[in-house]
Design a protein around this ligand. Structure first.
Ligand code: IPT
Length: 998
């Protein structure tokens, strides 16, 4: 394979250049560590172009995947294979501290929270990892990854405040040990690690960047065994992180979200980066150009427009224009955030988002790969990994005049030795016009020619971008130029296969150097014009939906349109990217997804997925003497054509299965707000006794702190009970509550409903004043206040203290009383930081009675509940009803049948808040008057597809008339016949009596 030869020579070259560049970097660039590492000692090294792994240049082409957002470890390989099948070499992941250290000092990363299965899946899929354990991660998670108990630490977060630093020790030591063990130096997949995240911006008045802090964090990494390079993710390569006050790492990286996060106008392409190369040269010329997060979709807030719109905003056209623009800057460490978003199950999200974290990403939340942006991504990544010259390019000066015949076309030249890449886009980057042009190959070995030479012009359609090449090495044969884009090329013992594609109806041309090939060795399909000269073979065609070919000696060129190219795959035989570089890559076309291949002398075993019967066409990599071809273990018939390509047909057999009709099931109901009953006993509740708070974000305005996190309650919902002895003169009760954006609250006096704050998409807190009925003197009364907890805010800006923005009751005034006349108790999840459910983690439960009792778990004690009342029946007064039913599933194996729960459309006049639990895992939070989410994917593995499941629903009606859920349905999306590994049902302990529960 070409890789060997190539890598060896570049390794030697890199060692020499390494020394030169690191020396140069001492004064030049303070954003990277000013000391040299020994490239001969280190497994992962770098120069100004790329990283090297074991001496070989590697393109780190990566997507962000948060395993914690898909709590079914046996599905992680499914995702990683789908990423690997894109041609990607890497995945970046965050670790969410809040899920692993619910109680200070007790780190627990077991079951769905364990990292090792992720490392194993990555090794198996052949994917390198970039580990990003924080301590701060942002990521639209509660507290930005900080556990709620950090609200009680006085020192500024993300600074070198001693008390803050101390809180990080246990987590960092533990998580870094896991990550260290998984480094490539220990045989694992981790090749890069990122300390902190976007340590880029602070409020004024706080010393920033705090070099001592970053040094401390980096020392934690090194002390705990991290030896691979440390990389940064600067959010502000635009100047905030002033040079001279750096947070130095080994490799400087930054992020980029040019379209931001407003998905409401999906065709809005407003900003575009043209200066990344300049910034790179200013900031870190000695390290590979690294974009550690680039927009792969967008998050969407409560009341947002929904992820369909985000998908349109960051779609395949965005990928073409914006990503190719980044290649024009020579990026070789590149991570798309997110490649698969997953779900904010179990209260893990921040208040700026809802349960779905689909993100409009390449891979949908239900793990399907039917989005066009998946296919487009596959074309791009495969091209770059097949182009070793890309790893040593130097971007030249872009021009609108030099390289084409049209000034509407903007070209960035990238040069590496002989090879030149021409990154082509519209001069007006967001133009929707089609522009015709010809390409000038100035300085190529073909001379100063203008192409196409044999007729026609090139077309650049609106919102498109292309990469043309010249003097591109096909493993010994020179592709003199190609205006058609390369999908892949592979060299085999018996010849070379090249697959090129063009947009629909486009004219293209390529030329191959003539190396003693006689005209009898040139063959082409009818629609292709071939002109063979002394020095070159020129091929010109109009792209059509029918695949064309041309054979030039032992080079087999397949010519397809983009839609056809979408169905091509490059699948390595064997399964490890980094231990088996000698392996053959299969090039094949097939419908939905190809995952793995295994080639022997006479057999080829392929795994993949089908959503319809699909032809399989293998154009490269099959053994010459193929006897047995299997797909997902089943032998299939095949034929071989004159070019050696294999044809077969993969039959899709529609599965037979029934999706239960939820409304017809046997439901059980129990009241879940017994707190408003006269005889309710809150003896076991936490007394709000702290006269002070460490929470520095807001001074107390109550005699004792009513901040939930002061008492260990950080997620889900909160209930407060305030007792007072009436004087008979009470007229009003005024209360200020805070639950985070889109929260709601209901307030009761004894069993009388006073009213609710129904919430809206922008309010995190609210004041409400209620008229009180005439109370008798000396009577004891109780306020009960239920507050939705939408997660803790992030701390994106250092010193903002937003993460500490409290949840709970902020202030109150009972007319005619001193505040101290009211004695408050509160609860959140049972046990608070001594949370009960160590399988589902510290955030999965809130304060609701049913949750405290564990009734959301499988097999609750329904014998004593009301039988036959469903969420569709609802409840007839303000309060909380809790419903459960058992759902039997019996789905056929060999299929991937994503399920989701569908609730009614958003209705701004309805005011219910619903939580959905499948086998105890909270997988949906629905707010009827805010939205936007109404459909909740729940993964297989949380569901047991062959057995009994428990679906529980909490229904909080915020209005006096009560409320109901007009409909609740279980919906199956497209059933895919799948070659993925068997899903292991996640351990989901059933209900058992909770002795301490109240
Ligand atoms: C960037 C964060 O690094 C990442 O954690 C996530 O929050 C992402 O944004 C948005 O989804 S911060 C960037 C907006 C400057």
């Amino acid at each position: 394979m070409y890789t060997r030869v190539f890598h060896l020579s570049f390794f030697i070259w890199s060692c020499l250049s390494f020394v030169a560049f690191t020396v140069g970097s001492f004064q030049q660039n303070l954003k990277v560590r000013p000391y040299a590492r020994d490239p001969l000692q280190d497994v992962v090294t770098w120069d100004e172009h790329s990283i090297f792994v074991n001496g070989e240049r590697v393109l780190f082409f990566s997507g962000e995947f948060h395993a914690f957002r898909l709590p079914v470890p046996s599905l992680w390989l499914d995702i990683l294979q789908k990423i690997r099948s894109l041609g990607f070499t890497g995945v970046s992941f965050y670790v969410d501290w809040a899920l692993l250290e619910g109680k200070p000092g007790e780190y627990s990363a077991e079951g769905v929270f364990a990292l090792e299965p992720l490392f194993e899946a990555a090794s198996k899929a052949g994917i390198y990892l970039l580990a990003r354990p924080g301590p701060y991660i942002n990521a639209e998670v509660s507290g930005g990854g900080y556990p709620g108990w950090l609200q009680r630490v006085e020192g500024y977060l993300r600074t070198n405040a001693t008390d803050y630093l101390a809180t990080t020790e246990n987590y960092m030591t533990s998580v870094l040990k896991s990550i260290s063990n998984a480094q490539i130096t220990n045989g694992g997949p981790v090749i890069l690690v990122q300390p902190e995240n976007e340590y880029s911006q602070a409020v004024s008045g706080i010393p920033f960047p705090n070099a001592d802090y970053m040094e401390y964090v980096e020392d934690q990494f090194r002390k705990n065994g991290i030896v691979v390079p440390l990389i940064s993710n600067d959010a502000s390569p635009y100047g905030h992180n002033a040079p001279g006050q750096p947070a130095p790492v080994d490799i400087y990286g930054h992020d980029g979200y040019p379209l931001g996060f407003d998905c409401s106008n999906p065709s809005r392409w407003t900003s575009f980066n043209t200066n990344f190369r300049t910034l790179h040269l200013e900031q870190s010329p000695s390290t590979p150009y690294s974009i550690v997060e680039f927009q792969g979709g967008a998050f969407d807030p409560w009341g947002g427009v929904g992820f369909d719109k985000c998908l349109s905003l960051v779609n395949y056209e965005f990928e073409r224009v914006y990503y190719k623009n980044n290649y024009g800057f020579g990026v070789t460490i590149y991570n798309l955030y997110m490649i698969f978003g997953g779900s904010n199950w179990g209260n893990l999200g921040h208040p700026g988002g809802y349960t779905s974290y689909d993100y409009g990403a390449t891979i949908a939340e239900d793990r399907s790969v039917a989005r066009e942006k998946y296919s487009e991504m596959k074309l791009q990544a495969n091209f770059l990994v097949a182009s070793p010259a890309y790893l040593t390019v130097t971007p030249g000066t872009p021009s609108t005049t030099q390289y084409t015949t049209s000034s509407d076309v903007y070209v960035t030249p990238l040069k590496s030795n002989e090879t030149q890449f021409y990154v082509v886009r519209h001069s007006l980057f967001n133009s929707t016009e089609a522009t015709t042009y010809k390409l000038r190959l100035d300085g190529s070995s073909s001379g100063n020619i203008t192409v196409p030479q044999l007729g026609g012009s090139l077309t650049l359609n609106g919102r498109d971008s292309k990469i043309h090449v010249s003097d591109y090495d096909l493993g010994g044969t020179t592709l003199l130029y190609s205006t058609a884009e390369i999908f892949t090329w592979q060299k085999y013992g018996n010849g070379t296969v090249l697959v090129v594609y063009g947009g629909p109806g486009e004219q293209h041309e390529l030329a191959v150097s003539q190396i003693g090939i006689s005209s009898s060795e040139i063959n082409a399909s009818l629609d292709v014009l071939v002109n063979s000269t002394e020095t070159s073979v020129i091929v010109n065609w109009l792209t059509s939906a029918t695949a064309q070919y041309v054979t030039i000696g032992d080079l087999q060129v397949y010519i397809v349109d983009r839609n056809t190219a979408y169905n091509f795959w490059v699948i390595p035989s064997g399964n490890s990217l980094y231990t088996n570089t000698e392996d053959v890559n299969i090039v094949a076309k097939s419908g939905y997804l190809l995952r793995t291949a295994n080639v022997t002398e006479t057999s080829l075993d392929i795994t993949g997925d089908l959503n319809a019967t699909s032809p399989l066409w293998i154009v490269g990599g099959a053994p010459k003497n193929l006897k047995t071809l299997t797909f997902n273990g089943q032998e299939v018939e095949f034929s071989v054509d004159e070019n050696g390509a294999i044809s077969s047909n993969l039959t899709y057999i529609a599965p037979e299965f029934a999706v239960p009709t939820l409304k017809d099931l046997q439901w059980y109901y129990i009241d879940s707000l017994p707190e408003i009953q006269g005889d309710y006993d809150d003896d076991a509740w936490t007394l709000a006794s702290f006269a002070t708070t460490n929470n520095t974000s807001r001074a107390l305005t109550t005699p004792t702190s009513l901040y939930a996190s002061d008492y260990g309650y950080h997620a889900g919902s909160l209930i407060y009970r305030g007792k007072f002895t009436a004087k008979g003169n009470e007229t009003t009760f005024k209360v200020e509550t805070q639950g985070g954006t889109a929260y709601g609250a209901s307030i009761f006096l004894d069993s009388s409903f006073l009213g609710s704050t129904v919430g809206n998409k922008s309010a995190a807190s609210a004041n409400a004043t209620f008229a009180l009925p005439q109370l008798g003197a000396d009577e004891v009364h109780t306020f009960t206040i239920l507050i939705d907890h939408m997660g803790l805010d992030e701390e994106w800006t250092v010193g903002s203290n937003t993460m500490r923005s409290p949840r709970g009751v902020l202030n109150y005034d009972l007319a005619g009383h001193d505040q101290s006349d009211v004695t408050w108790k509160l609860t959140g999840n049972l046990g608070g930081e001594d949370y009960v459910d160590h399988v589902r983690g510290p955030l999965n439960e809130g304060a609701l009675y049913a949750e405290r009792q564990g009734y959301h778990l499988p097999s609750p004690p329904v014998e004593t509940w009301t039988k036959g009342l469903s969420p569709i029946d609802g409840i007839s007064s303000a309060g909380v009803g809790f419903f459960t039913t058992s759902v039997d599933l019996d789905f056929p194996s060999g299929y991937d049948i994503p399920l989701s729960i569908r609730l009614p459309a958003i209705n701004f006049t309805s005011t219910i808040r619903v939580q959905l639990y499948v086998n105890g895992w909270q997988f949906g939070k629905y707010v009827s008057n805010i939205g936007p989410q109404t459909q909740y994917p729940v993964p297989e593995g949380i569901w047991n597809y062959n057995g009994q499941n428990w679906l529980a629903v909490s229904l909080w009606a915020l209005e006096a008339a009560g409320g109901s859920i007009a409909s609740i349905e279980l919906v199956a999306s497209e059933a895919v016949q799948s070659g993925r590994e068997q899903v292991q049902v996640v351990e989901s302990p059933a209900w058992s009596q909770r002795a301490e529960a109240y």
